[in-house]
Design a binder for this molecule. Structure first.
Ligand code: C2E
Ligand code: CA
Ligand code: CA
Length: 504
């Protein structure tokens, strides 16, 4: 995948949550407003239906004795919901609940309206033309019918939209006409239309600007912590699982996140059983894969040019691990340093600085250098310089590389580390067996110390001791372990017998 499309992908990944939050936010705003409108509309319909059926009852009562105008007047005197009731015989007005005090202006009732129960009182009868009327026919079939116009203010205050600041308008639609008059079904804010099961009219509610902006503010405030959590999760998930995350980014990040730590394995003086030194061995605490061993990531570090950064990290960590401890004065510390590290002047002065720091806490710094890689002139010069400055130089895995002898010829060193493959040959008819003896003799001739690596059995230990190879490192004595496991609570190095009971 090229860089450009990776970048594009990155942008998409980080923008997507914003888009999702925006879409779900808008959806939630709309649905919460909608829910309020639905509940309110259903409540309003119920209240309105109750009013209409009350008025119907008044109409029906009047129709029991249609021509008794005085009775209607008396009955309705204290009814708040009815503005006026008129009783008709065919097209002619018979009574009005207002009695004779007003001129008997008949409400216009078309033949169509006679077939339904509710209609909008048309102008000019109603002053503002916004009333709703209820019509009932005489059941006895004598041609009478009663029409009651509902008191507008009563209707408004009972339904409640007058008081509800969440609503911009509440409109009742009956057969295409509206109350209040002249309203349209479309609006700029979210709205909802409910239909009465009982009377078939429509109740339209439109949300007010205040309500809309109140909901928007609420969801905006709510979305801030959600966005934050989402991005943190996303970032963490990408950090953990991203397939796009290259091995390079992975190890680079691991250094930054300080996921590497050190185990220490003792070098034992097998003649006395005391601990002569420690070798620092790096491990990676991977957040998903658990502990990873150096054989896996060191080649990557080398390939990506991060190995020097890692060496700096090891020096710093080892110092940090040991500074608070109360170790035996003169204890050796072996740090593995790849040959390439010596080609940079900056690293040389850093090593000298650490030599000083370790001296101050009674530790003798040693560098374990593998001779598998080529040591150039500059590196050899630097190594000699460091040795003069008092740092021990150890050749690691001696005998496994191609330049073993020439290295010895050109570089002064303190110790050779006999690789495990030669120690393994002890007691076996192996091609490596004569080489082991050759290395031992060579070291004696050159007056160089020897440390045998990978000692696993008593037979190997005894053989090496018989050859006067006294410094041993291996599972027979101790496996690499955290420094805390090696030290007592006071920070003193434990006896070998307590680290490994088999050596008691
Ligand atoms: P090495 O320097 O030869 O380290 C010795 C390795 O042999 C260690 O493996 C150690 O755990 C293992 N070992 C010690 N005794 C025995 C034994 O009795 N039996 C067996 N089977 N193994 C034993 P580890 O820790 O996995 O390290 C492997 C290699 O990784 C090291 O080989 C060294 O080359 C490299 N390495 C480790 N730490 C560092 C570091 O901090 N920097 C650099 N540059 N390389 C490191
Ligand atoms: Ca080593
Ligand atoms: Ca080795």
């Amino acid at each position: 995948m090229n860089k450009k499309s990776l970048k594009y992908q990155e942008i998409v990944v980080y923008l997507l949550p914003l888009v999702i939050i925006y879409i779900t936010g808008s959806y939630l705003i709309r649905s919460s407003i909608h829910e309020t409108l639905v509940t309110t509309a259903n409540r309003y319909i119920q209240i309105s239906d109750d009013i209409f059926s009350d008025v119907e009852n008044e109409n029906k009562t009047a129709l029991l004795d249609p021509t008794n105008c005085v009775l209607h007047e008396q009955n309705l005197r204290y009814e708040h919901d009815i503005e006026e009731m008129q009783v008709f015989l065919n097209q002619d007005i018979v009574c009005s609940s207002r009695g004779d005090r007003v001129d008997m202006k008949a409400m216009y009732v078309s033949s169509e309206e006679l077939s339904s129960t509710l209609f909008i009182t048309p102008a000019p009868y109603s002053d503002t033309g916004t009333g709703i009327s209820v019509i009932n026919k005489d059941k006895a079939g004598n041609g009478y019918y009663a029409v009651s116009s509902i008191e507008r203010n009563y209707m408004r205050s009972t339904v409640g939209y007058w008081l509800n600041e969440r609503l911009k308008r509440a409109v009742i639609f009956i057969d295409g006409a509206s109350a209040p008059l002249g309203q349209k079904k479309s609006g700029s804010n979210p709205q909802y239309i409910a239909i009465s099961d009982l009377y078939g009219y429509e109740m339209l509610l439109e949300a007010s600007d205040t309500f809309v902006s109140e909901r928007k503010t609420f969801y905006f405030l709510l979305s801030i912590p959600i966005t934050l959590v989402l991005y943190l999760t996303l970032y963490y998930m990408r950090y953990l699982f991203s397939r796009e995350r290259s091995m390079y980014t992975e190890v680079k990040l691991a250094l930054k996140m300080r996921e590497f730590f050190l185990h220490y394995q003792p070098h034992i003086d097998a003649s006395s059983g005391s601990v002569f030194g420690l070798e620092a061995l790096i491990r990676w605490q991977h957040p998903v894969r658990g502990v990873i061993y150096p054989d896996v990531f060191i080649p990557l570090m080398e390939e990506y040019g991060l190995i020097n950064e890692m060496t700096d990290y090891v020096l710093e960590t080892a110092y940090h691990d040991l500074v608070e401890k109360d170790l035996t004065a003169g204890l050796h510390l072996g740090i593995n340093v790849p040959p390439g590290y010596f080609s940079d002047k900056k690293n040389i002065s850093l090593l000298k600085k650490y030599k000083q720091k370790f001296d101050n806490i009674g530790i003798r710094l040693g560098l374990e250098i593998t001779e598998r890689q080529f040591l150039d002139d500059l590196a050899r010069e630097s190594i000699s310089h460091l040795r003069t400055a008092g740092i021990d130089i150890l050749i690691d895995d001696f005998g496994t590389g191609q330049t073993s002898l020439s290295v010895l010829e050109q570089t002064n060193i303190d110790y050779l580390k006999i690789d495990k493959c030669f120690v393994d040959s002890i007691g076996h008819e192996s091609v490596n067996a004569p080489i082991l003896n050759a290395i031992i003799n060579l070291a004696k001739e050159l007056n160089v110390g020897l440390i045998a690596e990978g000692v696993e059995t008593e037979v190997q230990a005894q053989y090496l001791l018989a050859q006067e190879v006294t410094l041993h490192q291996g599972y027979l004595y101790a496996k690499p372990m955290p420094i805390e496991e090696m030290c007592s609570s006071e920070g003193k190095l434990k006896e070998l017998s307590t680290i490994n009971p088999l050596r008691a």
